[in-house]
Design a protein around this ligand. Structure first.
Ligand code: ZN
Length: 212
């Protein structure tokens, strides 16, 4: 396996629409394994092929919380849902299509392509997703919780969309301008809350926040 480079906003390659996978080849399976390794290495819980400059409809996910983690209870979603727990993870899914959506939920999302930024995004609460697994077999995933949020976030990547596009127009423009002006903090360095514009949101990462 190999660790891959993750593209970061405002890299225009993140804006390309990814192509449907016609056949699940060994190359696709290797890409999925490399993506999973890369995702774990950056402590992410989801990664889309678009983020590693491969324009194919492939995503990998692992939203399981560490066992016996007390912080789990403080998770803004209240920890893993029963539906989430029933699904074997990590997941490698190909050509995902959302067939059903029920309800709304919000979550303070982060992204490996927009490191150190977190913003509240609205998503569907429950989803049913048709896809292929890594063996090329048709599967139907029915889930809610963090896994549902993460799948929606990753499918957005396949369509060239980022979570910072889903904020209010004013907030979206402000976050993008800020990144373009200041860039991202170096590894291990916390981004300073240098909000000269005086916004009141707190973007600092806590242990219960996740990069999707
Ligand atoms: Zn992302």
């Amino acid at each position: 396996m190999a660790k891959l480079e993750i593209l970061k906003f405002p890299d225009t390659r993140l804006r390309k629409k990814c192509k449907t996978v016609d056949k699940v080849t060994p190359a696709i399976q290797k890409l999925a394994d490399d993506m999973l390794e890369t995702m774990y290495d950056f402590r992410g819980i989801g990664l889309a092929a678009a983020q590693v400059n491969e324009q194919v409809r492939l995503i990998v996910l692992d939203t399981r919380r560490p066992e016996g983690d007390d912080k789990d209870a403080q998770d803004e979603l209240g920890g893993e849902s029963d539906l989430e727990r029933a699904i074997q993870q990590p997941l490698k899914i190909i050509n995902p299509v959302i067939k059903k959506r029920v309800g709304k939920t919000t979550y303070n999302e982060g992204c490996l392509s927009v490191p150190s930024y977190f913003e509240v995004v609205e998503r569907s609460k429950y989803i049913e997703v048709e896809a292929l697994n890594e063996k090329g077999e048709k599967i139907l995933i029915k889930t809610d919780g963090l896994l549902a949020i993460c799948i929606q976030h990753e499918i957005d990547h396949l369509d060239g969309k980022l979570f910072i596009d889903r904020l209010s127009p004013i907030k979206s423009a402000r976050v993008k301008a800020k990144i373009k002006k200041f860039g991202y903090p170096e590894k291990g360095e916390e981004r300073e809350d240098d909000d000269e514009q005086g916004d009141d949101d707190n973007d600092e990462m806590t242990d219960s926040q996740h990069r999707l």
